[in-house]
Design a binder for this molecule. Structure first.
Ligand code: NDP
Ligand code: GUA
Length: 493
């Protein structure tokens, strides 16, 4: 059976949104896949579903379908594409509870957070339904009277998207919505841990009127094989990826042969700075929101918390008290704030970061251990006495661990915050306006939260600099990633 009772106790077998195959050219199909792979609930370790392990051949078929469908989709008036996206948005909002249950079951995040993610994903679809109608060109005053110069924008064509498990709905929505809005077609490959949410989005896209071939989903556990086909097939004009910097580098190399466009949203190592003049309660709340959201499995999560000497002890004590009180458990239990980590690999990484820090002199104020049992839980942790020689200073922990570094001067903390190859998000809490400007300008990051730990929004350009990636998602800038600029010059006038 494709779905087990471990899933259907949360999402009924008769759910209109559960699918047990991929989706190619408007058809629910396993292609030629002969093997299956299991989708697990990380809170219990139970198998939720078995899906066909699709690979390069099915990806090729989906690319062909997307290639055939693209000209007609691009030729539809923007208003029609917008109306279909708007309908998709409405269906996501109307069915948020059921989509959230699927998401919590396969990913583990608390149900309220999962529901928040569905609405966040839907907001991207709504945003690009609106933007679809505003893909403006421009006219340019020509340097001579016998010419007229202008610019039009056209869709890049077929797009391959590869997305991670930490936001199984939002990461797909914020790539697919702008792509479809401007007239591209898409072949999507969700993470092997969370394919059910992707398939549920495709069900709703189909109901909304997205035509066959315009949005295709390939499910499978051989990411490298699917990725190679997406990067190597010359019908695909662009790859949009969210995930680890390591895989982003592989994809960029694979795209080099055909000079294929890439958007990459990669790892972060976000500094979170608390200055002596900060509102300490707001800084603690900001740290809780930024660090422990999604059990710390977010590329924009605070990874290194730098606290100025004058408030270090007070901040550490207040943060630890709140963190110790956070309920941990199955995301379906009422009141749970921190769910499991995605899998054993994720749990082992968090554990090794904490062990490394402690072995080099850090102190555990609260947490610090995996929680024994069936699921992959790690207790929300605060570490003090953390220094730059520890793993937590250099690598993304991707777990509920707040390492607190002490600093004295603005210059010192900016140097430490920028001392990383990553440049996605940074945060700081301060009162003095002069300092706010100086620090905001000096931080080498694509996004900076000032006196807030939450910066994500469909209205904002999300993306990084340095090895955190290329391109932006969300806002009006997010559409540009799926558009080519064409310059037209009329002569002999
Ligand atoms: N920027 C971010 O938001 C994210 C960062 N990370 C970071 O990466 C670490 C590892 O997480 P992990 O899940 O392994 O992330 P990955 O980067 O390995 O996975 C993300 C996506 O890429 C796919 N993939 C993996 N290898 C290839 C490949 N060679 N070619 C094409 N696609 C590929 C995966 O497919 P499949 O699932 O089939 O392997 C998945 O869909 C985390 O601990 C975290 O630090 C992780 C997720 C998101
Ligand atoms: O972790 C990610 O890859 C996406 C960040 C989620 C968000 O805040 O939009």
């Amino acid at each position: 059976m494709a779905f087990t009772t471990a899933l259907t106790k949360h999402v009924s077998f008769s759910s209109r949104f559960l699918r047990d195959t991929g989706y190619i050219d408007g058809v629910w199909t396993a292609g030629d896949a002969t093997r299956t792979f299991d989708v697990l609930n990380p809170a219990t370790g139970e198998v939720l579903a078995s899906l066909p392990d699709m690979g390069a051949a099915e990806t090729r078929d989906a690319i062909t379908a997307a290639h055939v469908a693209q000209p007609a989709w691009a030729a539809r008036p923007a208003k029609e594409r917008a109306a279909i996206l708007r309908k998709w948005h409405e269906l996501m909002v109307a069915n948020a509870d059921e989509l959230a249950a699927i998401l919590t079951a396969e990913m583990g995040k608390p149900f309220a957070e999962a529901r928040g993610e569905i609405l966040y994903a839907a907001a991207y679809v709504e945003w690009y339904a609106e933007e679809a109608k505003r893909i403006y060109g421009e006219t340019i005053p020509a340097p001579s009277n016998d010419k007229r110069m202008m610019v039009i924008k056209q869709p890049v064509g077929v797009v391959g998207t590869i997305t991670p498990w930490n936001f199984p709905a939002a990461m797909i929505a914020r790539k697919v919505a702008p792509a479809l809005a401007v007239g591209c077609t898409v072949v999507s490959k969700p993470a092997e841990q969370t394919p059910l949410s992707a398939l549920a989005l495709a069900v709703l896209a189909e109901q909304a009127g997205v035509p066959a071939g315009v949005f295709n989903v390939i499910v499978g556990e051989d990411g490298p094989a699917i990725g190679k086909e997406l990067c190597g097939n010359d019908k695909v004009r662009k790859i949009s990826f969210t995930g680890s910097t390591e895989v982003g580098r592989i994809l960029m190399r694979q795209c080099a042969d055909q000079i294929k466009k890439v958007s990459l949203e990669l790892g972060g190592n976000a500094p979170f700075i608390v200055f002596d003049d900060a509102d300490l309660d707001a800084a603690v709340e900001g740290a809780l929101a930024s660090k422990y959201r999604n059990a710390g499995q977010t590329c924009v999560c605070a990874n290194r918390l730098y606290v100025q000497s004058g408030v270090y002890d007070a901040f550490a004590a207040r943060l630890a008290a709140k963190v110790a009180a956070m309920p941990v458990g199955d995301g379906f239990e009422a009141g749970v704030m921190v769910g499991p980590l995605i899998d054993d690999k994720g749990l082992a990484k968090v554990e090794s970061h904490v062990e490394d820090a402690v072995s080099k002199g850090a102190k555990v104020l609260t947490g610090g251990k995996r929680i024994k049992g069936a699921g992959t839980f790690f207790s929300p942790t605060v570490l003090t006495g953390v220094t730059s020689g520890m793993q937590v200073a250099r690598e993304e922990t991707f777990g509920p661990v707040a390492p607190l570094f002490r600093f004295d001067t603005v210059e010192d903390v900016i140097a430490q915050a920028n001392d990383t190859e990553f440049g996605l998000a940074a945060y700081f809490f301060a009162g003095d306006l002069k300092k706010v400007w100086r620090v905001a300008e000096a931080l080498e990051y694509g996004m900076v939260g000032i006196n807030t730990g939450l910066i994500s929004s469909e209205a904002a350009p999300f993306g990084g600099i340095k090895q955190s990636g290329l391109g932006r998602e969300g806002s009006r800038h997010g559409a540009d990633d799926y558009l080519e600029i064409k310059y037209l010059c009329i002569g002999n006038l």
